[in-house]
Write a protein that binds this ligand. Structure first.
Ligand SMILES: [Fe+2]
Ligand SMILES: [Fe+2]
Length: 367
């Protein structure tokens, strides 16, 4: 099935081309690589998984609430728009809002695949090229998994303009580290928090699994960005670091303030500006937007872009407190959550097989 057929918006361009201007660099030293980077690469190889065999896709989703999310998690929940809506309209809103969210994940995954491929070409060190190659494959598998999930929704959305703007910057910039900064730090850092929100709040097994399994890989990708940039940034001049910080501050505000579900409101026949205003004022959205930075802030501190300018911006956004979050602990927890879902699925399969066998045995006894 082509997702393009599920876009409710007509005349979406079938392809998007971003001009590139950078050098493809070969590393002819072939040295042993940094221990920590090679360790991450080994992990990247060991932990490849296949959405076809790891996930049971037979389950249908409830069209009225595909991800089984609590209504309180909608930015419009406490507003007159929601209160006045009929049950039918509420079901439509849930389906569209959730499909929009998963679609942005899907679109971001393809962007990550292309950014990782750019890093393979451009980064000067072979160990980073090795790791980035595993990330390209990871991202392809993520696109596949989210596409399968969206097919179950029967609805998909194109990439929003604000995300497109940031991806465009990540790809056009001729400096290799800027791709990492936009993708592995900002976009993947935000995505991890958004995936985690669904993994924890969704009551639907399929959406829990897809998000938990993707997160298992994503926390490695963010760790990759941290490792590569932590080594590189101390080598830059103060002016060069300032440029990175300026970009980072802008990118963070951009993603926090402009990432809105405008397309869904328009399609549902709602007043777009009014909905955006109500949503931005909602208590849930304010907490959600703060939580989005839980993974980014400790990484930014770790890679050494930690001037007063950055701290002031994060204080203004109310997220400076995340600087002390233990990223490795969160990562270890991502791992555990994915394993627990694997164990649950295995137990459910075993119980199903046993129930079928018991039924068969009862049938034989009755004969
Ligand atoms: Fe991904
Ligand atoms: Fe990723």
């Amino acid at each position: 099935m082509a997702l393009r057929d599920l876009y409710p918006i007509p005349d979406i361009d079938p392809v998007w081309s971003v001009p590139q201007d950078f050098q493809s660099v070969f590393d002819w030293r072939f040295d042993d690589g940094r221990k920590s980077m090679m360790h991450l690469y080994q992990k990247g190889k060991d932990m490849q998984w296949d959405a076809v065999s790891r996930i049971d896709w037979t389950e249908a989703l409830d069209p009225d609430n595909p991800m089984q999310m609590p209504d309180e998690m909608s930015g419009l929940y406490h507003t007159p728009v929601w209160k006045k809506a009929s049950d039918r309209d509420k079901a439509e809103m849930r389906r569209h809002f959730q499909a929009w969210t998963i679609s942005q994940f899907l679109q971001g995954e393809q962007a990550a695949m292309i950014c990782a491929a750019k890093i393979v070409q451009q980064v000067p060190d072979l160990d980073s090229k090795f790791y980035a190659s595993t990330q390209v494959m990871d991202e392809a598998r993520h696109v596949e998994a989210y596409k399968k999930l969206l097919e179950k929704f029967g609805l998909a959305y194109p990439m929003t303009k604000p995300l497109q703007t940031l991806v465009d910057q990540a790809l056009r910039d001729s400096r290799w580290d800027m791709t990492y900064l936009a993708m592995q730090v900002v976009i993947e850092g935000l995505a991890l928090a958004a995936f985690g929100n669904i993994r924890e709040l969704s009551k639907n097994r399929l959406t829990q699994q897809v998000n938990a399994f993707v997160m298992q890989d994503e926390s490695r990708h963010v760790a990759f960005g941290r490792l590569a940039l932590k080594d590189y940034y101390p080598q830059l001049t103060e002016k060069e670091r300032d440029e990175r910080e300026e970009f980072l501050v802008e990118a963070c505000y951009h993603m926090r303030d402009r990432f809105e579900q405008r397309e869904t409101y328009a399609l549902l026949g709602l007043d777009v500006d009014e909905c955006v205003r109500l949503q931005n004022e909602s208590g849930y959205m304010q907490v959600f937007r703060t939580m989005l930075f839980q993974r980014i802030v400790p990484i930014v501190r770790d890679i050494g872009l930690w001037s007063d300018k950055i701290k002031k911006a994060y204080a203004d956004m109310g997220v400076l407190g995340f600087a002390d979050v233990d990223y490795d602990e969160l990562s270890a927890d991502d791992e555990k959550r994915a394993q627990a879902l694997d164990a649950e699925a295995k137990a459910a399969r075993a119980a199903y097989v046993k129930s079928v066998a018991d039924l068969g045995a009862a049938g034989v006894a009755a004969e």
